[in-house]
Design a protein around this ligand. Structure first.
Ligand SMILES: *Cc1c(COP(=O)(O)O)cnc(C)c1O
Length: 340
């Protein structure tokens, strides 16, 4: 939803470029080096999208026929299932995690379910922050217990950190600290960070070598990619500190939604930039509500986890006045669709 800022446009226009398929794009290399350093990993790989980053990690970590233990509302299960099962031949072993956050008991349950189905687990996947759970953040002790549990079973952990930047901004915990609990991590430069295109997947040098080959196979190896990498680099350098503003504004939205008749917050705790709430009805009611809000000039999206759920996300292009307008629009939509 964000538009590149004039400064970002300038950085993109002036970017040094080369053929990244041969590793010769200096801007892509700079972005990959800075990202790897932030994540505390040996290396990072620029990819066109978060979906591709996750799928590359699955391709490197697993063999066809193996299972992945993950939350039932995770992005990989909700959006990428066809790629992971159809193209990579994996089985999804989903567990119903509270707020999307796995714990040792759920991991245990996933392994037991897989065993009964005759499936060997090849990967445990965690999503931090968790999109459909109002951007829930993994507490470090929970990540620790999952990491040691998976390690004891000899299974790697992949972190879908599309919004790991937000987890770090909200907690003050460095991204590298979160990332150290996983063998590989995917981060998005688009979304709240505000770059027009791009994500990265990071891990050990050995992981990266295989990831690079998988990226080529997936069709994600780009040529003069420095033009888009420059936008991502600008976002990493200049848009991270302001994420706390998005979080503060999402908190205001959540507080207002909680007071609006006909709406129910799905998660009491909103610490990052996503608010999921429920209109209490079926999909038709929810969609009528979303239309009414759109007619007031405010875009909200449907959310997974229940037929009446919707999602509000704050970002770079939403200021305090925008939050005021959003609250007013949601109030009007709720009054006309949900209460009357
Ligand atoms: C958006 C998102 C992705 C995928 O990123 P794309 O760039 O849209 O492919 C993966 N995981 C999570 C949690 C996301 O929110």
């Amino acid at each position: 939803m964000t538009r590149p800022t004039p400064e970002m446009r300038r950085a993109m226009a002036e970017a040094d470029v080369g053929d990244d398929t041969y590793g010769e794009d200096p801007t892509v290399r700079l972005l990959e080096e800075e990202t790897a350093a932030i994540l505390g990993k040996e290396a990072a790989l620029f990819v066109p999208s978060g979906c591709m980053g996750n799928q590359i990690a699955v391709a490197v970590h697993t063999k066809p026929g193996q299972g992945i233990v993950l939350d039932h509302l995770s992005h990989v299960a909700m959006v990428e299932a066809k790629a992971v099962t159809g193209f990579l031949g994996c089985r999804l072993i989903t567990v119903p995690a509270e707020r999307g956050l796995l714990d040792p008991g759920l991991v245990e349950r996933g392994f037991a379910d897989a065993k009964r189905a005759g499936v060997a687990i090849g990967l445990v996947e965690v999503e931090n922050t968790h999109n459909w759970s109002s951007g829930a953040i993994y507490p470090l002790p929970l990540l620790d217990s999952i990491a040691s549990d998976a390690a004891a079973r000899g299974v790697p952990v992949h972190m879908d950190g599309a919004r790991l930047w937000n987890a770090s901004a909200a907690t003050g915990t460095p991204l590298a600290t979160f990332a150290s609990r996983a063998h590989s991590v995917m981060v998005c430069y688009s979304k709240g960070l505000g770059a027009p295109v791009g994500s990265a997947v990071a891990g050990s040098r050995a992981f990266l070598e295989r990831a690079r080959a998988e990226r080529k196979t997936f069709g994600g190896s780009m040529r003069q990619a420095g033009i888009v990498a420059a936008g991502a680099l600008h976002a990493v350098r200049h848009h991270r500190e302001r994420l706390v503003e998005d979080h503060r504004r999402a908190g205001r939205l959540a507080g207002a939604f909680a007071e609006i008749q006909g709406l129910e917050l799905c998660h009491a705790e909103v610490r990052t930039n996503i608010v999921v709430a429920d209109t209490g009805g079926d999909e038709a009611v929810r969609d009528a509500f979303l239309h009414a809000a759109a007619a007031e000039g405010v875009l909200l999206g449907p959310a997974a986890g229940g037929p009446g759920r919707f999602r509000a996300v704050t970002h770079l292009d939403v200021d305090d006045a925008g939050i005021d307008r959003a609250i007013a629009a949601v109030r009007i939509a709720a009054r006309s669709v949900l209460v009357s």
